[in-house]
Write a protein that binds this ligand. Structure first.
Ligand SMILES: [Zn+2]
Length: 245
């Protein structure tokens, strides 16, 4: 494996061209369609992107969702010019975590990778790499959620099927770490702590297995935020102790 990050980025940009992602039509754009493109070019685009997610969640919680980037023109332009998402979100497949709705965003704005237990393995990590390198998303979010069935099953040490067990195994390091560090938690506190530790564990795994992600974050090209969503309300809480590469 001697491919440099530069040549990898070049290959990813080729992928983008082949996929019609980097098209550059010079027609006027719907306001929503140009927002992400603008954020990608800002010096601190990741912080702007995070602010948009926070504001969107507040609108959602207040019952004042504006459903941006859902007008027919924005949808059409995103299809013609290619997607320019301003954030990549790795979260759980749980049906109670509708990402665009809880952040009140629309088409072409959020690159979402969903997998039970918001863990990561080669396919998920590759998807994150694609979103950061080829699509140039300036913000990466890993988001867990309350009452996660995968977290509960991992805590219970259940064996289900080999395929299900594979993602439960990815949650086990968080279970073991919390069990060792905080042995006196109530079952509810323990589940909450594992949920949050699992989000950090996923980020550490992304760093450990992806030189590209490490480089993007270390250089400041990509900001990282960790979150937990309460599925009983849709409220997103932003976590501290974000691991560094
Ligand atoms: Zn879940």
């Amino acid at each position: 494996m001697s491919m440099s990050l530069g040549s990898l980025a070049f290959r990813l940009s080729l992928v983008g061209v082949l996929a019609g992602i980097a098209g550059g039509c010079a027609h006027s754009r719907a306001p929503d369609a140009s927002l992400a493109e603008q954020i990608i070019q800002e010096p601190h685009g990741g912080q702007h992107a995070l602010q948009l997610l926070k504001e969107g969640n507040e609108r959602f919680l207040a019952g004042q969702a504006e459903s941006p980037a859902t007008d027919p023109e924005t949808i059409r332009i995103a299809a013609v010019d290619g997607q320019k998402p301003f954030v990549s979100v790795l979260t759980c497949a749980d049906s109670r975590v509708p990402v665009e709705r809880v952040f009140d965003r629309g088409f072409g704005e959020i690159f979402v990778i969903r997998v039970a237990g918001n863990v990561t393995a080669q396919h998920e990590t590759g998807s994150v790499e694609f979103s950061l390198a080829a699509l140039k998303a300036p913000l990466l979010v890993v988001m867990g959620h309350t009452k996660c069935g995968a977290v509960k099953a991992a805590i219970a040490g259940q064996n289900v099927t080999p395929n299900i067990d594979s993602f439960l195994a990815s949650i086990q390091p968080a279970v073991q770490k919390v069990r060792a560090a905080q042995p006196n938690l109530s079952p509810e506190q323990f589940e909450e702590a594992v949920t949050q530790e699992n989000v950090r564990q996923t980020l550490r795994e992304l760093y450990a297995t992806s030189p590209l992600i490490r480089e993007k974050v270390s250089s400041g090209a990509v900001e990282v935020a960790l979150a937990e969503i309460d599925i009983s309300t849709g409220k997103v809480t932003w976590l501290d102790n974000v691991p560094k590469p």
